[in-house]
Design a protein. Structure first.
Length: 480
């Protein structure tokens, strides 16, 4: 008994304290929560920062919630106000407007965290060992919270700002987040990607696009020189997409591409949902598009359409009768569909979902449709094309499923492994000197410039010598 008690005490003493700093978006918080709960299972103490207005919606037996003051007149997620706002942006706004407003809203959340001195003091007193911060890079304001607390931090996001990570990514082979291209691009598409990369990595342009004042955040971290300096300070970068579903990209030892975080073997269905799945002799279609608080009375639901407020998405996709996934093309949902070998029909609605829908179609995993303009007949024909007429969609999904399942670790396990690696060893041995270089040094433009100038000097000198020799030769000829 004494030996057991001693082991338990040592476990408590040696537990590392980790702080989660998520973007205030449900899917982003869900990813953070999964990593946090996995760390708790491995003996660590994990706290998550959330706005005070959603404490009742984020209860957890494993994580400890740390709240910051959030004014009641500002939009919270999840909320009916957000559902209404996103619906307006989907049907009446533009992708650019939605991106700008969402980035500005997230930036405001960062400012609220940094302005809550009581919360920051409480967190400082807890003496955390590491933070996991959302890697949103327009701008990377969540990193500033970790820097304000003087904590080493890990970045978690589904995309990257490669130049700030020391990656000399070129638009000739890597399309950007907003580019409607594959990695085989035309000259115009390469120019588009180049402009997009320049905009992302130019803080003046990005700040103007979003409409923010960077000093609201950077004044809290005076040792930071700018967004690029802040972004480059991550210990490691966990990127929740890889080349299987997206396009191949460059990588350094501190960058880890993971195909989603939510992937796991499907569990057996239970109760009513099991009965529904088993009664579908011709298979069933899983549909997750958008939250609807109430279906209008005028809408008549056919008997073969079952509506539920919540479904075990991954478990349904893993059932043998699942034939198709109609999705809004969220990153995790797409990976779950591929993991279970189910083709898709995509209706992108918001932010990265348009990029995700494009890669889905380019990889032969499904067909993209327009939520604003589609008709019932078009949807029917598309479903028939994916399920019945063209077997390549199912074949491609099953092939990528086999590849995904061959990984030695699930993405969540791998992400947790690298977080623990940083806790134990730090990450200086994974860091490239390219992170400390100016952009022109990273692309070796100083070397190329020196070589070109040297060659130019040699050419000019050679021409001068030749001219001098020719003049002397002419004078000698005239004298003779």
């Amino acid at each position: 008994m004494q030996a057991l008690l001693l082991c338990l005490l040592l476990s408590v003493v040696n537990a590392d304290r980790v702080l989660l700093i998520p973007m205030q978006f449900p899917s982003r918080r869900a990813e953070m929560r999964l990593i946090g709960e996995e760390l708790v299972k491995r003996g660590h103490q994990v706290h998550m920062i959330i706005p005070e207005g959603i404490v009742d919606k984020m209860s957890s037996e494993m994580l400890r919630m740390e709240t910051y003051v959030h004014p009641k007149d500002l939009m919270l997620l999840p909320s009916e106000e957000f559902d209404q706002w996103i619906g307006e942006k989907i049907f009446d706004g533009t992708v650019e407007e939605a991106l700008s407003e969402e980035c500005a809203r997230e930036y405001k959340d960062c400012v609220l965290m940094l302005d809550d001195t009581a919360m920051l003091k409480r967190l400082e007193d807890m003496q955390f060992h590491l933070a996991i911060a959302d890697g949103m890079y327009m701008p990377p304001c969540y990193f500033a919270v970790a820097e304000r607390l003087r904590l080493p931090f890990v970045s978690l996001f589904s995309d990257t700002a490669p130049w700030w990570m020391g990656l000399p990514v070129l638009p000739s082979f890597k399309p950007t987040f907003t580019s409607p291209s594959t990695d085989s691009m035309t000259l115009n598409e390469k120019l588009y990607s180049l402009i997009d990369l320049v905009v992302v990595h130019n803080p003046i342009i990005a700040d103007y696009f979003i409409g923010i004042d960077r000093n609201e955040v950077l004044r809290h971290v005076p040792h930071i020189q700018g967004w690029g300096d802040l972004y480059s300070r991550a210990q490691i970068y966990l990127v929740t997409v890889d080349h299987l579903l997206d396009w191949p990209s460059l990588s350094l030892p501190n960058t880890f591409y993971l195909p989603g975080i939510t992937l796991k073997p499907p569990q057996p269905l239970q109760g009513e949902i099991l009965q529904i799945a088993q009664s579908s002799s011709n298979g069933f279609i899983v549909t997750v598009i958008f939250k609807i608080s109430r279906i209008p009375d005028a809408v008549k639901i056919p008997s073969n359409v079952i509506t539920l407020p919540w479904i075990p998405q991954n478990d349904l996709l893993g059932h043998e009768n699942a034939k198709l996934f109609i999705t809004h093309c969220g990153n995790n949902g797409q990976h779950e569909s591929v993991f279970n070998g189910v083709p898709m029909v995509g209706f992108p609605l918001f932010l990265d979902q348009f990029h995700n829908a494009h890669r889905m179609q380019a990889k032969g995993l499904g067909v993209q449709m327009d939520i604003k303009t589609f008709t019932a007949d078009q949807l029917y024909e598309t479903v028939q094309e994916v399920i019945v007429r063209n077997a390549s969609y199912s074949s491609n999904a099953r092939r990528l499923s086999r590849i995904l399942r061959s990984r030695p670790m699930l993405p969540l396990e791998e992400a947790t492994h690298w977080v623990e690696h940083v806790l134990q060893f730090g990450a200086s041995h994974l860091r490239s000197v390219s992170l400390d270089m100016a952009w022109y040094q990273m692309f070796a433009l100083d070397v190329i410039g020196t070589v070109m100038i040297t060659m130019l000097v040699i050419v000019i000198a050679s021409l001068c010598i030749c001219k001098t020799l020719c003049c002397r030769s002419r004078r000698k000829t005239k004298t003779e």
